[in-house]
Write a new protein. Structure first.
Length: 154
């Protein structure tokens, strides 16, 4: 059973049957913000050249942005999504994604996602519009536990 909202979001991911979810993890959440990692491999994620298939980044971005929306207590469905591929990514790369809700409306939400390679280079930039299906209140848990000597403590 989850003791933080970060653990809660990772527990929810285990219920998702989409194959690549097993290779991803939510690493940080705050209201309207989500961060995840995705460990790719050379078999399931690549095209015939050994480069990451374009569907990987856009799918990862969709999941990131949907999670960011969910941090605001809303279950959503994607209406529209677009992405720009900025750099080629080889299979086996661990991707880091960061998503932010830009518009938190009653019936629609807009979010952006940035995906980085292991060198911290921006490799994909996405924007999505989401339809709000229902309110989905979050459990009454802290976002995460913070160590007292954490330099990110605010």
């Amino acid at each position: 059973m989850a003791t933080t909202l970060l653990e809660y979001f990772n527990e929810l991911r285990t219920l998702n049957p989409f194959a690549w979810v097993k290779d991803s993890e939510v690493t940080f959440v705050d209201p309207g913000h989500a961060e995840m990692i995705l460990q790719t491999n050379e078999q399931e994620y690549c095209n015939f050249r050994g480069d990451l298939h374009g569907a990987v980044c856009i799918g990862f971005a969709d999941s990131l942005m949907g999670t960011a929306c969910f941090t605001l207590g809303k279950s959503v469905s994607t209406i529209d999504i677009n992405g720009n591929y900025l750099k080629v990514v080889k299979g086996g790369t661990q991707l880091r994604g960061v998503a932010k809700v830009e518009h938190n409306g009653k019936s629609t939400m807009v979010a952006t996602a940035r995906i980085y390679n292991e060198l911290g280079e921006l490799v994909h930039l996405a924007r999505g519009t989401f339809f709000v299906l229902e309110a989905k209140p979050l459990p009454d848990l802290p976002w995460r536990f913070v160590e007292e000597d954490d330099p990110n403590l605010i």
